[in-house]
Ligand binder design. Sequence first.
Ligand code: ARG
Length: 460
Amino acid sequence: MKKMWSGRFLASASNLLDEFNASIMYDRKLYIEDIEGSLAHAQMLTHQKILTKEELTQITDGLAQVKSEIESGEFVWSIHDEDLHMGIEKRLTAIIGDAGKKLHTARSRNDQVAVDFRRWVLKRNLDIIESLKLLMSEILVVANEHTQTLIPGMTHLQHAQPTNFGFHLCAYLSMFKRDIERLQDSYKRCNVSPLGCAALAGTPHKIDRDMTAKLLGFDSVSVNCLDTVSDRDFALEILFNISTMMMHISRLSEELVMWSSYEFSFIELSDEYSTGSSIMPQKKNPDVPELLRGKTGRVYGSLMGLLTVMKGLPLAYNKDTQEDKEGVFDSVETALISLEILKEAIKTMEVKSHNMQSACSVGHLAATDLADYLVEKCGIPFREAHFITGRAVAKAEELGIDLSDIEFKYLKEIDARIDEDVLEYLVLKNSMNARTSAGGTSTVRTKEQLEFFRKFLKDN
Ligand code: ARG
């Protein structure tokens, strides 16, 4: 089959080459961006008197027909056309004739693909932000119901201090908020028009790059053509942003898996979002969070893949760059479905508040409070207070009870400076509510945090 670039070739391309070289089977996803890019380019060429008005009309009508053929499934995607840019241009020229051959004036596939891919990434960036907001809203609903529900706060996966479940969820809201902000920040950097950079060095044609940038909704025009045609930072940024977001999703998923176990029994995922076993009839498995954890690895793979593709490329465009798309397409799809299913799983899960609270009665969660009491009420230096408390913990261990249940007489034996008001400090709910420093776990501070996230969602 005759190629658009075949002028200098004596023999035609092998089928093997066509199969190896083609991106059309996946870059066809960019057809809307490609057609819109061509329309903007043609309008600008007409404004600059490089095309006539009649030619513009033909191109506009022809591209509308191509679009409807693509959408009805009539359009023939062939690896012999290599990529969507040439597939669409070839079909356009078949429909309208010579005007179709003029469309590529002052343009290269190098700036064309950069335009298409950037605009696709920009749109998906907004879709991911929207999904993140929906997830945050759902987490907010659950968090709001549990600002008094005690849960053991842990470090090293060991009981540390009592917190409330709403506060715990606020930690994830903080992560997802940062994810949104990272996407918003990347959006600005991505929103720069490559159109008119042509192959690598610009063009002698009297084009108007500002006009096409404006028509396509870009904020500005890129500064250096050589950089622009080989720059894939925008693709790397969305991959990094999705990777970080998936890492957050994965951490939450890990907790959901753990909390679903009999050992924890802090939550139960709904039947709608759980799976069974093919052999063990009793099983109810948390496949959803497990798979979310697993898919995170796959997204990291795409980020590492593209970083590696880019690292040795001399300026400017190289065909290696064609390997940029599949990982991004896959990661965006993974991100969107992950956000949606996580939201549904959270919305429909049962929170077993009672089990969370009773888990707090082991592990001496109030130990820090005893040390704080010794500092505050008895004027004992913290290091010493820490030691005395350690002895109280040892006593509780010896008695086989939790420190929060210890009788006053034992504490008095350990240190005579301790008074009976110490018992108030050892009540777990009081311990949680005592942490009133900014960002702390007390119910009052947790409610402030929820308000902060509500406002963030309203303002963004
Ligand atoms: N299919 C190519 C890609 O995705 C388009 C650009 C090709 N340019 C070239 N000069 N071969 O990168």
